[in-house]
Design a protein around this ligand. Structure first.
Ligand SMILES: Cc1cc2nc3c(=O)[nH]c(=O)nc-3n(C[C@H](O)[C@H](O)[C@H](O)COP(=O)(O)OP(=O)(O)OC[C@H]3O[C@@H](n4cnc5c(N)ncnc54)[C@H](O)[C@@H]3O)c2cc1C
Length: 463
């Protein structure tokens, strides 16, 4: 029976990053991935000659080359990947659009601050105090207690509309909670979006995954695709290894799981006391391609957080999807545009249970409704795009479930995170989404920090 120092379940961003760290320190490491390619929630595919990203709108946490102390800089240093290899292109400008107000932001925080001061002058002091609070907060401390971000932020900002506008991008880009988020997560997202900002690697997410895979293999790491784990083997609440769907058993001293907390617990036969809850948030994603590029029509936006209500309702909708708000991404509008057509991506909040129970015919019809609602928002935001798309692709919460095995098609996982990665099983640790660091950069940082903490630190030093 084959035996490893560490087995990693899942070849998403967190699994690959953890694998690189361990292989770098000569650990015998194996990544097991259910699918045929790496990337997980943020992978890629090709359709009708087009190379498409599954999820990528933008990488958050932009940092310029050599900028010290930034998550991206730390991440690249830990993985020993030169900055230039990511070939990052910065966004032009993004905005939050509410019924009677808009707030623009770029990768320069001063632009956002000026916008707030000009549109909400009565909140100048409050916003400055919030910035100070955010700057001084150690969001990555594993000891931080959970705290409602809405409550804490309302101590600084009275204006409800401004609060909702600040929360809108942060919630939809990274909260497993409905209508609120933990303050640590708020600070992570605030810094990564408003203070650091968006960039896109040239070639999209393929570039990131290719880099990670190359590095992992060069370091001697092993990876097996089409290798779904059906059971995490334990004895007296100590991890022993895994059993694959094929029945093969592989042993390991430690197991790192990126498949989610409820999914990890469900694959253990021993009765454990924890019952992590399945998160409620899932999405539809529409990709529309056009003959003209947005810039040709004078459109400069990169990402628009669009909301038709006065308040921002970030929750599982009671209908199949909620067309009253959306994220609208224009991936042509980064510094360098490597697409051949114009492209717009739209994300709606969606209800997994309702999608799952549709007949084939209904599913097709509902996808069409998503398409019409997407085109409707494009028309409202950009009347100059008065043409039909030449290519359309849509994925739903069912697609997310199919390709990631996340219970409930969740994107941000369970609301029960394990910040230190520990589970009730010794030697079994969570990485990625349900450790709590989300997004591409967050998931990679999670893999790195959990591998460092639980697999590379001398025994006893971790607690
Ligand atoms: C539509 C969409 C848009 C997004 N846009 C962005 C964006 O623009 N910017 C950004 O930063 N983030 C974005 N994200 C979020 C980002 O993709 C995720 O937060 C991140 O990729 C999560 O990585 P992970 O390693 O934690 O988990 P995952 O990517 O979920 O990886 C887990 C892996 O485990 C595998 N697996 C599951 N079960 C098993 C099993 N039993 N055995 C073996 N393997 C298994 C899965 O196939 C998967 O490959 C987006 C996500 C989606 C869905």
């Amino acid at each position: 029976m084959k035996s490893y120092d560490t087995i990693i379940i899942g070849a998403g961003m967190s699994g690959l990053a953890a694998g690189i760290r361990l292989a770098m320190f000569d650990k015998k490491v194996l990544i097991l991935e259910k699918h045929t390619i790496a990337g997980g929630l943020n992978s890629f595919y090709a359709r009708k000659g087009r190379k498409l990203d599954v999820g990528l709108h933008a990488m958050t946490n932009f940092a310029k080359k050599g900028e010290r102390g930034k998550p991206l800089t730390k991440l690249l240093k830990q993985l020993r990947i030169p900055y230039s290899e990511l070939a990052l292109n910065e966004q032009h400008r993004s905005k939050v659009v509410f019924p009677n107000k808009e707030l623009s932001f770029t990768n320069d925080l001063n632009i956002f601050t000026d916008e707030i001061i000009s549109k909400f002058p009565h909140e100048k002091d409050g916003f400055m105090a919030l910035l100070e609070d955010v700057r001084n907060f150690n969001e990555v401390s594993l000891e931080n207690p959970y705290e409602s971000a809405k409550e804490r932020v309302s101590k600084f900002i009275d204006d409800e509309c401004l609060r909702e506008m600040i929360f809108c991008p942060l919630l939809i880009y990274g909260s497993a909670w409905e209508d609120d988020m933990d303050f640590s997560q708020f600070v992570i997202m605030f810094k990564s979006i408003f203070m650091e900002g968006f960039a896109r690697p040239e070639g999209g997410v393929r570039r990131v995954i290719t880099l990670l895979m190359k590095k992992y293999k060069e370091l001697g790491g092993e990876i097996k695709f089409r290798s779904g784990v059906s059971e995490i083997l334990t004895e007296d609440t100590k991890a022993k290894g895994v059993k694959l769907e094929t029945g093969e058993v592989l042993l390991a001293d430690k197991v790192l799981s990126s498949i989610g907390y409820p999914e990890t617990v469900a694959s253990i036969k021993e009765d454990l006391e924890v019952k992590p809850r399945v998160g409620k948030l899932s999405f539809t994603e529409t990709i529309l391609c056009y003959d003209k590029k947005p810039a040709e029509l004078g459109i400069k936006d990169t990402i628009v957080f669009y909301n038709e209500n006065d308040a921002y309702h970030y929750r599982k909708p009671k209908t199949l999807f909620d067309e009253k708000s959306a994220v609208v991404c224009l991936p042509n509008n980064f510094e360098i545009d490597d697409y051949s057509d114009g492209m717009i991506r739209l994300t709606f909040m969606a209800n997994f249970d309702l999608w799952e129970n549709l007949s084939e015919e209904e599913y097709k019809n509902e996808k069409n409704k998503v398409l019409e609602a997407s085109k409707d928002i494009v028309r409202k935001l950009y009347p100059s795009i008065d043409m039909e798309p030449n290519f359309v692709d849509i994925f739903t919460p069912k697609t997310i479930k199919k390709f990631t095995s996340h219970h409930g098609g969740t994107v941000y996982g369970s609301i029960d995170k394990s910040r230190d990665g520990k589970t009730p099983v010794n030697g079994l640790y969570l990485i990625g989404t349900d450790q709590g660091f989300l997004g591409i950069v967050g998931a990679m940082l999670s893999g790195i920090s959990m591998a460092n903490l639980h697999c590379l630190m001398p025994a006893g030093a971790e607690s």
